[in-house]
Write a protein that binds this ligand. Structure first.
Ligand code: DI6
Ligand code: FE
Length: 403
């Protein structure tokens, strides 16, 4: 054995189970980056390990997964925060060439190494809150070269910190200025040049679209999804965030990994998700920061047994919060999730939202050894307290991190 955790209080996050199913006095054996055994301490007698961590009855959970971020970008939007506090709506700022396009201007000017440097402190914030896997989207380049540059920068972060990185092409985030009034032509570029290039260079595993009145309409979204499927990429949607266009149902129809935001999702949209493999990803940071009042339909999602993930949506415009624990807290206080649902949302269900639920998000033999050892023993504490040093140690792919 390479690594052995002893005296652990374990939450495995087995899918479908109800309650935390806390296991006391467990040992966890890790070899080759994978969990090989989890069992009662009493069965430990003949296992030897290079390194042993005595957990002293502290809580061990799967490493937390932030399944929706826009971590790579340049520039700041603090000025827009000022404007919005004075009452100017997000959509109006966006229509005046601010918003996403302000970040596009700064990101186009930045080099790939600069983008990596700028993303590191954001990544460190997530790491401090227990994140061991993060999804990062492009979407502030909006040209072939700049979208590829963003994706390469996102992937390069994996060599700077011990963390798993998944990348998503979000070229259909906004219409770039040079395509003003020609959104369909831009969609053609995305489908015929960007998606093939990203697939060929293996720079992303999925493709996302901002399906919204200030983004792309349903037919444009479907064209992007069709191109993604043709090139063997999975799809995701930013859907029903500011209005109800039916993007969630479309995402489910294309066997999407997840439909994200969902504040304006109606009952028909929830029904469209029910029974599919598409995860409902809730982003309470954006809801809070935009002072939105329309909540995602959590009671219906729960009733229809749609798996719910929770993520930061870290981005400069609508969710500048690099702390997954804060999102768990907000998911409970703002959206009415239970702390157990919040923990499922950043582990097993977040893994499903990345198409990685067969290897991450749970503690079980055969799963990647991504774990968090916490300074607390009760899993509800993870949603309850924010900003305290709750995290003791991260283990990523069997490596004990020195964060
Ligand atoms: N929805 C969001 O909340 C972010 N993107 C999106 O499609 C906002 C991105 C930004 O304002 O920069
Ligand atoms: Fe987003």
């Amino acid at each position: 054995m390479e690594l052995l955790l002893t005296n652990a209080r374990v939450v495995t996050m087995e899918p479908g189970a109800t309650g935390y199913q806390l296991l006391e006095n467990q040992f966890i054996a890790i070899n080759g980056g994978t969990i090989t055994h989890i069992a009662e301490q009493s069965g430990l007698a003949n296992l030897r390990a290079v390194e042993v961590i005595n957990c002293r009855s502290r809580l061990v959970t799967p490493g937390l997964i932030d399944c929706h971020t826009h971590l790579v970008f340049a520039g700041s939007r603090a000025n827009e925060f000022d404007q919005r506090l004075k009452g100017v709506p997000y959509t109006e700022i966006s229509q005046q060439g601010g918003g996403i396009l302000a970040t596009v201007r700064a990101t186009r000017e930045a080099s790939e190494p600069e983008l990596v440097e700028l993303a590191l402190p954001r990544l460190d914030g997530l790491i401090r809150s227990g994140v061991t896997s993060v999804e990062i989207k492009s979407g502030y380049g909006l040209s072939v070269d700049d979208e590829l540059k963003m994706l390469r920068a996102a992937k390069a972060l994996a060599s700077k910190r011990p963390i798993n990185i998944t990348t998503t092409l979000l070229a259909a985030h906004a219409v770039p200025p040079e395509y003003h009034g020609r959104a369909d032509d831009y969609i053609t570029l995305v489908c015929e040049e960007l998606i093939p290039a990203v697939a060929k260079q293996k720079l992303a595993t999925s493709v996302d679209v901002f399906c919204e009145s200030i983004g792309f309409h349903l037919e444009q979204t479907e064209k992007v999804f069709q191109a993604a499927v043709r090139h063997g990429l999975k799809v995701k949607g930013h859907t029903e965030q500011l209005s109800n266009l039916g993007g969630t149902a479309l995402t489910a129809r294309y066997n999407g990994l997840s439909a994200d935001h969902l504040e304006y999702l109606d009952k028909a949209g929830v029904t469209a998700l029910a029974g599919t493999d598409t995860v409902a990803t809730l982003l309470p940071g954006a809801f809070y920061f935009l002072k939105e009042t329309q909540k995602p339909p959590v009671p219906w999602l729960r009733e229809q047994k749609v798996p719910m993930a929770v993520a930061t949506d870290f981005n400069p415009g609508t969710s500048p919060f690099a702390d997954i624990g804060l999102m768990m807290n907000m998911a409970c206080t703002l959206f009415g999730l239970t702390p157990e649902e919040a923990l499922r949302g950043v582990t097993v269900n977040a893994a499903k939202a990345l198409g990685e639920d067969n290897i991450r998000g749970q503690l079980a033999p055969g799963f990647a050894a991504d774990l968090c050892l916490w300074n607390v023993s009760d899993p509800t504490e993870l949603s309850y307290q924010v900003g305290l040093p709750l995290l003791r140690q991260r283990i990523v792919n069997g490596e004990v991190c020195d964060d």
